[in-house]
Design a protein around this ligand. Sequence first.
Ligand code: PNS
Length: 160
Amino acid sequence: MRGLAVYPGSFDPITNGHLDLIRRGSDLFDRLIVAVLRNTEKSYLFSVEDRLELLSESVVDLPNVEVAAFDGLLVDFARKRGAMRILRGIRALSDFELEFQMALMNRRLAPDLETVFLMPREEFTFLSSKLVREVARLGGPVDAFVPPPVARRLKQRGTP
Ligand code: PNS
């Protein structure tokens, strides 16, 4: 399965689960674009610029991985960049319903774009950006859950 794929998400912040999926994607495809959604309707812990920076620092050893921001429809961004695949991760059955809906909507919008699902290593199946944010906010250790640049940034922010 070669070619260019887009791995979209919020990445607020990138976790070791995301990174595991990025590594799998970079093995599977010639090139992978990790695409951060610019969503002005939601509030995030990290700005898009910070999230791009943290992603870039985390994938520095993967030469076929690019980090970019996008707004609007994912399928438009993928088409503009010439990608034929969308990559998403499924951790547990609870992820399936939303992922299924998004994949089928994207297929309706762009039948030529195929969504590919990969599973992260099982030790990351419980992990989410939301839980990492919560543990960090309450002063817990997050080093085992996120790449070192993210752990540093979360520590710098401190607890409220
Ligand atoms: O990390 P997330 O929050 O689960 O990522 C969700 C994301 C960014 C993949 C999804 O919200 C998305 O693709 N948004 C772009 C808007 C879009 O194309 N919507 C219609 C098809 S689902």
